[in-house]
Design a protein. Sequence first.
Length: 133
Amino acid sequence: ESTSKEINLDYTSAVTIEKMLSFAIGTLKETDISGDDAMDLMPLADRLDYEPLRSACERVLLSLLTSSNAADLLACASESNCTHLAQMAKVVVDSLVLLEPALRQNLKYRSWQFHLLGNRVGLLNTIHMTRVN
C-alpha cells in the first residue's frame, strides 16, 4: 500500500468512508457519532492513522461502556490500538468473570442505572464493591 500510494479499503463500507470524510471536513461532529458508527469508524481511523477520529470514536465508546457490551468494546479497542478503552473494558470484563451469577444480575441492573445517568465512576465503583463483597 505505501509504495503504490493506494490504500485498500475493501474491508469497510462506503457509508463508513463517507462518515470519515464528513468528520475530516467538519460536517460530522463527535457528538453525532453513534456507538455503531464508532465501532465501524475506529478500525478505519486506526488503519489510516487518523488520530482525531480514532480518539473521538474511543471517547464515544467509553461513554457507552456497560457490562453488556464490554467484551465487544474490548475486542474493537484491542484491534484499533485504543489502550484506554481497552483497559476500561477489560476491568469490566474481568470483574464480570469473577462474579457469581446472582451478583451478575444485580450488577447488570445497577450498571444500566449508572449508564442511563451517564455515571461511569458509579459503574466502576459498583463493579469494585461487588468484587470486594
